[in-house]
Design a protein around this ligand. Structure first.
Ligand code: TXA
Ligand code: MG
Length: 335
Protein backbone atom coordinates (compact mmCIF):
# COMPACT_ATOMS: atom_id res chain seq x y z
CA UNK A 1 0.00 0.00 0.00
CA UNK A 2 1.10 3.56 -0.67
CA UNK A 3 1.55 5.57 2.50
CA UNK A 4 2.79 8.76 0.90
CA UNK A 5 -0.23 10.63 2.30
CA UNK A 6 1.37 10.27 5.74
CA UNK A 7 4.20 12.55 4.62
CA UNK A 8 3.42 16.06 5.87
CA UNK A 9 5.01 19.25 4.64
CA UNK A 10 6.61 21.18 7.47
CA UNK A 11 4.00 23.96 7.62
CA UNK A 12 3.13 25.69 10.90
CA UNK A 13 -0.18 23.80 10.99
CA UNK A 14 1.52 20.44 10.48
CA UNK A 15 4.20 21.19 13.08
CA UNK A 16 1.42 21.99 15.55
CA UNK A 17 -0.39 18.79 14.56
CA UNK A 18 2.70 16.65 15.11
CA UNK A 19 3.44 18.34 18.44
CA UNK A 20 -0.11 17.46 19.46
CA UNK A 21 0.39 13.82 18.42
CA UNK A 22 3.60 13.71 20.48
CA UNK A 23 1.81 15.21 23.51
CA UNK A 24 -0.71 12.40 23.12
CA UNK A 25 2.13 9.83 23.35
CA UNK A 26 2.06 9.00 19.65
CA UNK A 27 5.23 8.55 17.60
CA UNK A 28 6.08 10.68 14.56
CA UNK A 29 8.68 10.38 11.80
CA UNK A 30 10.90 13.47 11.89
CA UNK A 31 13.88 14.76 9.91
CA UNK A 32 17.26 15.35 11.51
CA UNK A 33 20.45 16.49 9.80
CA UNK A 34 21.78 12.91 9.98
CA UNK A 35 18.91 10.54 9.18
CA UNK A 36 15.14 10.54 9.83
CA UNK A 37 14.12 9.67 13.39
CA UNK A 38 11.07 7.98 14.88
CA UNK A 39 10.28 10.35 17.73
CA UNK A 40 8.24 10.01 20.91
CA UNK A 41 8.11 11.56 24.38
CA UNK A 42 11.32 10.38 26.06
CA UNK A 43 9.87 10.86 29.54
CA UNK A 44 6.78 8.77 28.92
CA UNK A 45 7.12 4.99 29.03
CA UNK A 46 4.07 4.29 26.88
CA UNK A 47 5.34 6.46 24.06
CA UNK A 48 8.81 4.90 24.32
CA UNK A 49 7.25 1.44 24.14
CA UNK A 50 5.51 2.47 20.92
CA UNK A 51 8.85 3.42 19.39
CA UNK A 52 10.26 -0.05 20.06
CA UNK A 53 7.08 -1.71 18.80
CA UNK A 54 6.86 0.29 15.57
CA UNK A 55 10.50 -0.39 14.73
CA UNK A 56 10.40 -4.01 15.85
CA UNK A 57 13.45 -3.18 17.91
CA UNK A 58 14.59 -5.38 20.80
CA UNK A 59 14.26 -3.71 24.20
CA UNK A 60 17.96 -4.30 24.91
CA UNK A 61 18.93 -1.62 22.38
CA UNK A 62 18.67 1.83 24.04
CA UNK A 63 17.46 5.07 22.43
CA UNK A 64 19.05 8.49 21.93
CA UNK A 65 17.26 11.36 23.67
CA UNK A 66 17.08 14.64 21.73
CA UNK A 67 17.00 18.01 23.52
CA UNK A 68 16.66 21.59 22.33
CA UNK A 69 19.90 22.66 24.02
CA UNK A 70 22.53 21.68 26.58
CA UNK A 71 20.63 23.33 29.45
CA UNK A 72 17.58 21.21 28.75
CA UNK A 73 19.76 18.08 28.65
CA UNK A 74 21.68 18.83 31.84
CA UNK A 75 18.52 18.51 33.93
CA UNK A 76 18.48 14.79 33.11
CA UNK A 77 22.18 13.84 33.26
CA UNK A 78 25.30 14.02 35.38
CA UNK A 79 27.32 16.45 33.37
CA UNK A 80 31.07 17.03 33.15
CA UNK A 81 33.53 19.42 31.48
CA UNK A 82 33.98 17.24 28.41
CA UNK A 83 30.23 17.30 27.78
CA UNK A 84 30.27 21.11 27.94
CA UNK A 85 33.31 21.43 25.67
CA UNK A 86 31.91 19.08 23.06
CA UNK A 87 28.46 20.69 23.24
CA UNK A 88 30.03 24.11 22.65
CA UNK A 89 31.96 22.76 19.66
CA UNK A 90 29.41 20.50 17.96
CA UNK A 91 25.86 21.22 19.17
CA UNK A 92 23.44 21.59 17.64
CA UNK A 93 24.80 18.89 15.36
CA UNK A 94 25.58 15.23 14.63
CA UNK A 95 27.26 14.24 17.90
CA UNK A 96 25.70 11.99 20.55
CA UNK A 97 27.22 11.71 24.02
CA UNK A 98 26.72 8.83 26.46
CA UNK A 99 26.66 10.07 30.06
CA UNK A 100 25.28 8.95 33.44
CA UNK A 101 21.54 9.57 33.61
CA UNK A 102 19.21 10.95 36.26
CA UNK A 103 16.12 9.05 37.44
CA UNK A 104 13.88 11.26 35.26
CA UNK A 105 14.91 9.26 32.17
CA UNK A 106 12.82 6.06 32.14
CA UNK A 107 14.83 2.82 32.30
CA UNK A 108 13.04 1.67 29.17
CA UNK A 109 14.81 4.39 27.16
CA UNK A 110 18.26 3.21 28.22
CA UNK A 111 17.53 -0.54 28.23
CA UNK A 112 18.12 -0.49 31.95
CA UNK A 113 21.55 1.11 31.68
CA UNK A 114 22.52 3.82 34.17
CA UNK A 115 23.71 5.93 31.22
CA UNK A 116 21.80 7.79 28.53
CA UNK A 117 22.74 8.85 24.99
CA UNK A 118 21.95 12.53 24.40
CA UNK A 119 22.01 14.80 21.39
CA UNK A 120 20.94 18.30 20.35
CA UNK A 121 19.96 18.07 16.68
CA UNK A 122 20.44 20.81 14.15
CA UNK A 123 17.61 20.27 11.70
CA UNK A 124 15.25 23.28 11.79
CA UNK A 125 12.12 21.12 11.53
CA UNK A 126 13.14 18.91 14.46
CA UNK A 127 14.10 22.01 16.45
CA UNK A 128 10.78 23.67 15.66
CA UNK A 129 8.89 20.68 17.06
CA UNK A 130 11.10 20.49 20.20
CA UNK A 131 10.38 24.16 20.80
CA UNK A 132 6.68 23.43 20.99
CA UNK A 133 7.14 20.70 23.60
CA UNK A 134 8.11 20.70 27.25
CA UNK A 135 9.73 17.27 27.05
CA UNK A 136 12.70 15.79 25.12
CA UNK A 137 12.22 13.32 22.25
CA UNK A 138 13.59 9.81 22.15
CA UNK A 139 14.30 8.97 18.53
CA UNK A 140 16.04 6.03 16.93
CA UNK A 141 16.52 6.05 13.18
CA UNK A 142 13.10 5.60 11.57
CA UNK A 143 13.78 2.28 9.85
CA UNK A 144 12.47 -1.19 10.65
CA UNK A 145 15.01 -2.80 13.00
CA UNK A 146 18.11 -3.94 11.12
CA UNK A 147 17.34 -2.12 7.88
CA UNK A 148 19.16 0.84 6.33
CA UNK A 149 18.45 4.24 7.93
CA UNK A 150 16.08 6.58 6.07
CA UNK A 151 17.42 9.80 4.60
CA UNK A 152 14.15 10.99 3.05
CA UNK A 153 10.58 11.23 4.33
CA UNK A 154 9.50 8.84 1.57
CA UNK A 155 11.79 6.11 2.95
CA UNK A 156 9.98 6.31 6.30
CA UNK A 157 6.54 6.26 4.69
CA UNK A 158 7.56 3.30 2.53
CA UNK A 159 8.78 1.12 5.41
CA UNK A 160 6.84 2.27 8.50
CA UNK A 161 3.92 4.14 6.92
CA UNK A 162 1.32 1.57 7.94
CA UNK A 163 2.32 1.82 11.60
CA UNK A 164 2.56 5.56 12.18
CA UNK A 165 0.28 8.53 11.65
CA UNK A 166 2.72 11.06 10.24
CA UNK A 167 6.17 11.79 8.86
CA UNK A 168 7.27 15.40 8.76
CA UNK A 169 9.11 16.19 5.55
CA UNK A 170 12.36 18.06 6.02
CA UNK A 171 13.87 17.19 2.66
CA UNK A 172 16.87 14.88 2.16
CA UNK A 173 19.15 14.70 5.21
CA UNK A 174 22.37 16.72 4.91
CA UNK A 175 24.79 14.18 6.33
CA UNK A 176 23.01 10.94 5.42
CA UNK A 177 24.83 8.96 8.15
CA UNK A 178 23.85 8.57 11.81
CA UNK A 179 25.51 10.77 14.43
CA UNK A 180 28.90 10.02 15.93
CA UNK A 181 28.48 8.47 19.41
CA UNK A 182 31.08 9.16 22.09
CA UNK A 183 31.07 7.46 25.48
CA UNK A 184 31.84 10.06 28.18
CA UNK A 185 30.86 8.02 31.20
CA UNK A 186 34.48 8.27 32.23
CA UNK A 187 35.58 11.65 30.85
CA UNK A 188 39.23 10.65 31.36
CA UNK A 189 38.78 7.86 28.82
CA UNK A 190 36.45 8.99 26.04
CA UNK A 191 35.58 6.23 23.58
CA UNK A 192 33.94 6.48 20.16
CA UNK A 193 31.12 3.93 20.08
CA UNK A 194 29.96 4.75 16.56
CA UNK A 195 31.82 6.67 13.88
CA UNK A 196 29.85 9.40 12.18
CA UNK A 197 29.96 12.89 10.72
CA UNK A 198 32.03 14.31 13.62
CA UNK A 199 35.40 12.63 13.08
CA UNK A 200 37.87 11.23 15.62
CA UNK A 201 40.33 13.98 14.68
CA UNK A 202 37.75 16.70 15.44
CA UNK A 203 36.99 15.12 18.83
CA UNK A 204 40.68 14.73 19.69
CA UNK A 205 41.25 18.39 18.96
CA UNK A 206 38.57 19.58 21.40
CA UNK A 207 39.24 17.07 24.18
CA UNK A 208 43.03 17.18 23.79
CA UNK A 209 43.25 13.42 24.23
CA UNK A 210 43.45 10.59 21.77
CA UNK A 211 39.87 9.37 21.66
CA UNK A 212 39.93 5.63 21.19
CA UNK A 213 37.44 3.67 19.16
CA UNK A 214 35.41 0.85 20.51
CA UNK A 215 36.99 -2.03 18.69
CA UNK A 216 35.01 -5.00 17.69
CA UNK A 217 31.33 -5.47 17.60
CA UNK A 218 29.04 -6.49 20.41
CA UNK A 219 27.67 -9.96 20.74
CA UNK A 220 24.14 -9.50 19.44
CA UNK A 221 22.54 -11.16 22.45
CA UNK A 222 24.35 -9.56 25.39
CA UNK A 223 22.51 -6.76 27.12
CA UNK A 224 24.48 -3.88 25.80
CA UNK A 225 27.89 -3.63 27.36
CA UNK A 226 28.60 -1.90 24.07
CA UNK A 227 25.15 -1.19 22.72
CA UNK A 228 24.38 0.21 19.36
CA UNK A 229 26.86 -2.06 17.78
CA UNK A 230 24.69 -4.96 16.79
CA UNK A 231 26.47 -6.50 13.83
CA UNK A 232 23.61 -7.05 11.49
CA UNK A 233 22.54 -3.47 11.26
CA UNK A 234 21.89 -1.26 8.30
CA UNK A 235 21.30 -4.25 6.02
CA UNK A 236 19.39 -3.94 2.80
CA UNK A 237 17.44 -6.90 1.45
CA UNK A 238 20.03 -7.41 -1.28
CA UNK A 239 23.32 -9.08 -0.41
CA UNK A 240 26.14 -6.61 -0.04
CA UNK A 241 29.73 -7.47 -0.90
CA UNK A 242 32.51 -4.96 -0.37
CA UNK A 243 35.22 -4.13 -2.87
CA UNK A 244 38.51 -2.75 -1.52
CA UNK A 245 38.89 0.97 -2.20
CA UNK A 246 40.12 1.53 -5.73
CA UNK A 247 39.22 -1.94 -6.96
CA UNK A 248 36.83 -2.48 -9.85
CA UNK A 249 34.89 -5.47 -11.08
CA UNK A 250 34.07 -6.30 -14.61
CA UNK A 251 30.34 -6.59 -14.72
CA UNK A 252 28.75 -9.20 -16.79
CA UNK A 253 26.12 -7.51 -18.90
CA UNK A 254 23.94 -10.61 -18.67
CA UNK A 255 23.50 -10.09 -14.94
CA UNK A 256 22.62 -6.42 -15.25
CA UNK A 257 19.25 -6.70 -13.59
CA UNK A 258 20.36 -8.68 -10.53
CA UNK A 259 23.87 -7.43 -9.76
CA UNK A 260 24.64 -3.76 -9.10
CA UNK A 261 28.11 -2.24 -8.86
CA UNK A 262 28.54 0.88 -6.75
CA UNK A 263 31.72 2.95 -6.86
CA UNK A 264 32.83 5.95 -4.82
CA UNK A 265 33.15 8.10 -7.89
CA UNK A 266 32.15 8.09 -11.50
CA UNK A 267 34.41 5.54 -13.21
CA UNK A 268 36.55 7.03 -15.96
CA UNK A 269 35.85 3.97 -18.07
CA UNK A 270 32.16 4.45 -17.51
CA UNK A 271 30.01 2.72 -20.04
CA UNK A 272 26.28 3.20 -20.14
CA UNK A 273 25.69 -0.13 -18.44
CA UNK A 274 22.51 0.12 -16.34
CA UNK A 275 23.92 -1.62 -13.28
CA UNK A 276 26.90 0.67 -12.62
CA UNK A 277 26.38 3.42 -10.05
CA UNK A 278 28.52 5.95 -8.22
CA UNK A 279 28.03 7.91 -5.02
CA UNK A 280 29.82 11.07 -6.05
CA UNK A 281 31.05 12.54 -9.33
CA UNK A 282 34.42 13.28 -7.75
CA UNK A 283 34.67 10.80 -4.86
CA UNK A 284 34.11 13.47 -2.22
CA UNK A 285 33.40 11.85 1.20
CA UNK A 286 30.57 14.17 2.30
CA UNK A 287 28.78 13.48 -0.94
CA UNK A 288 29.35 9.72 -0.66
CA UNK A 289 27.86 9.74 2.86
CA UNK A 290 24.95 11.94 1.79
CA UNK A 291 24.00 9.58 -1.07
CA UNK A 292 24.86 6.16 0.36
CA UNK A 293 21.66 5.06 2.14
CA UNK A 294 19.48 6.65 -0.51
CA UNK A 295 21.16 4.69 -3.28
CA UNK A 296 21.11 1.41 -1.34
CA UNK A 297 17.37 1.77 -0.76
CA UNK A 298 16.77 2.63 -4.40
CA UNK A 299 18.72 -0.43 -5.57
CA UNK A 300 16.77 -2.59 -3.12
CA UNK A 301 13.50 -1.26 -4.48
CA UNK A 302 14.67 -1.89 -8.03
CA UNK A 303 15.09 -5.53 -7.10
CA UNK A 304 18.86 -6.00 -7.33
CA UNK A 305 19.79 -9.14 -5.44
CA UNK A 306 23.49 -8.51 -5.05
CA UNK A 307 25.22 -5.17 -4.58
CA UNK A 308 28.99 -4.80 -4.83
CA UNK A 309 30.08 -1.59 -3.13
CA UNK A 310 33.53 -0.08 -3.15
CA UNK A 311 34.80 0.82 0.34
CA UNK A 312 35.75 4.45 0.99
CA UNK A 313 39.25 5.52 1.85
CA UNK A 314 39.71 4.84 5.60
CA UNK A 315 40.32 8.48 6.62
CA UNK A 316 38.03 11.05 8.28
CA UNK A 317 34.41 10.51 7.35
CA UNK A 318 35.53 7.42 5.42
CA UNK A 319 35.71 5.55 8.75
CA UNK A 320 31.99 6.10 9.34
CA UNK A 321 31.11 5.18 5.76
CA UNK A 322 33.13 1.95 5.93
CA UNK A 323 31.62 1.08 9.30
CA UNK A 324 28.11 1.23 7.79
CA UNK A 325 29.23 -0.70 4.71
CA UNK A 326 30.71 -3.51 6.82
CA UNK A 327 27.50 -3.78 8.80
CA UNK A 328 25.46 -3.93 5.61
CA UNK A 329 27.75 -6.69 4.35
CA UNK A 330 27.63 -8.56 7.67
CA UNK A 331 24.18 -9.78 6.77
CA UNK A 332 25.82 -12.47 4.68
CA UNK A 333 27.62 -13.89 7.70
CA UNK A 334 24.55 -13.63 9.88
CA UNK A 335 22.46 -15.79 7.60
O1 TXA B 1 21.89 10.35 13.97
C1 TXA B 1 21.37 9.69 14.86
O2 TXA B 1 21.96 9.40 15.90
C2 TXA B 1 19.92 9.24 14.63
C3 TXA B 1 19.02 10.47 14.65
C4 TXA B 1 17.56 10.12 14.52
O3 TXA B 1 19.26 11.21 15.81
N1 TXA B 1 19.52 8.29 15.63
C5 TXA B 1 20.02 7.03 15.66
O4 TXA B 1 19.44 6.27 16.66
O5 TXA B 1 20.85 6.62 14.90
P1 TXA B 1 19.57 4.68 16.69
O6 TXA B 1 18.72 4.28 17.83
O7 TXA B 1 19.23 4.13 15.38
O8 TXA B 1 21.05 4.46 17.07
C6 TXA B 1 21.53 4.90 18.32
C7 TXA B 1 22.52 3.97 18.88
C8 TXA B 1 21.88 2.64 19.17
O9 TXA B 1 22.46 1.66 18.40
C9 TXA B 1 22.08 2.45 20.65
O10 TXA B 1 22.45 1.15 20.98
C10 TXA B 1 23.14 3.46 21.03
O11 TXA B 1 22.96 4.50 20.12
N2 TXA B 1 22.88 3.92 22.38
C11 TXA B 1 21.76 4.49 22.83
N3 TXA B 1 21.82 4.68 24.16
C12 TXA B 1 23.02 4.25 24.56
C13 TXA B 1 23.69 4.17 25.81
N4 TXA B 1 23.13 4.57 26.94
N5 TXA B 1 24.94 3.67 25.84
C14 TXA B 1 25.53 3.27 24.70
N6 TXA B 1 24.95 3.29 23.48
C15 TXA B 1 23.70 3.78 23.41
MG1 MG C 1 19.45 2.96 13.81
Amino acid sequence: MDHSSKVLEATAANLAHCAELLRGDEVVGMPTETVYGLAGNALNASSVRKIFAVKGRPLIDPLIVHFSDLDAAEVHIETNDSVRQLAAAFWPGPLTMVVPKQASIPDLVTAGLPSVAIRVPQHPVFRAVLKRLDFPLAAPSANPFGYVSPTRAGHVAHTLGSRIQAVLDGGPCDFGLESTIIDLRNPQVPVILRHGPVTAAQLNKILQVDVSSHNGVADDSTPQSAPGLLTKHYSPTARVTLLPHGETLTANAASESVIALVYNQKPIWHTDQANIFWLSETGELNEIAHNLFELIQRLDQQGFQQIYIEEATEAGLGQAINDRLRRAAAKLEAE
